[in-house]
Design a protein around this ligand. Structure first.
Ligand code: CA
Length: 233
């Protein structure tokens, strides 16, 4: 019996040795929000054409591509062959990493300009380095606080810009962010945003450009809520 066990152990060792070294499974996306199809238009009420134009949120996934990279993918019900309309509409995703509020603002076309509201509040010129340049697909990352200036403003400071890829074939927009800029490390959790966005009805939403800094529930085209937390590995 003893000998038999010894043989079995030897076989196991040999078996282990021939396993390919690259048996690591591919990173799996985690769906952190879902939304109904056909409700894009005004305040989550469907208006013909808005879904086809690429404003109808369906779901959002986060995938940990590596120790230092997180991929964000937002899937829509449909998308025009040219992507969603560019400079005049924005996709906003407010979230928090270990309690710090952040916000992505994503658009398919961006003409670089200084951020006037942020600049006025912080007295620092933000985005000046982007003046006059045209970008195809961009995701702007901001860290957000909340200040009272007569009325309450959501105050956000730009942290970084990332390339955003609009893919009409899959009706998705994808961007990859480094964990360091997000202040995320192993064990960090990414949850839906509160902070200055909490009262606007937009945790995740498509809005016209004019409403970007003065959101009310009346300016939202389609919105979703992130209810699933993502845990950084
Ligand atoms: Ca939707």
């Amino acid at each position: 019996m003893k000998k038999l066990i010894g043989t079995a152990v030897a076989l196991l060792l040999v078996g282990g040795a021939v396993l390919p070294a690259s048996a690591k499974p591919a990173p799996k996306p985690v769906t952190v929000f879902e939304d109904a199809v056909g409700d894009a238009g005004n305040q989550d009420g469907g208006i013909p054409g808005f879904s086809e134009a690429g404003f109808d949120l369906v779901k959002g996934d986060i995938t940990q591509k590596s120790k230092t990279e997180l991929e964000f993918v937002v899937t829509h019900a449909a998308m025009a062959p040219t992507g969603t309309p560019g400079e005049t509409f924005r996709l906003i995703w407010g979230f928090a990493v270990d309690g710090t509020q952040y916000e992505f603002t994503v658009k398919s076309l961006d003409v670089g300009e200084p951020d006037l509201v942020t600049s006025a509040l912080t007295q620092t010129p933000t985005g000046m380095e982007r003046l006059g340049q045209v970008y195809q697909g961009v995701a702007r990352l901001e860290e957000c606080g909340f200040v009272s200036v007569g009325i309450n403003w959501a105050q956000c400071g730009v942290k970084a810009y990332y390339d955003a890829v609009f893919d009409p074939a899959t009706a998705t927009v994808t961007w990859v962010v480094d964990t360091k800029t997000l202040g995320a490390k192993k064990g960090s959790t990414i949850v839906g945003g509160g902070g200055g966005r909490a009262a606007t009805g937009c945790m995740i939403c498509w809005v016209p450009q004019y409403a970007e800094r003065s959101l009310t529930p009346y300016s939202i085209i389609d919105s979703a809520v992130q209810i699933t937390a993502f845990k950084v590995r």
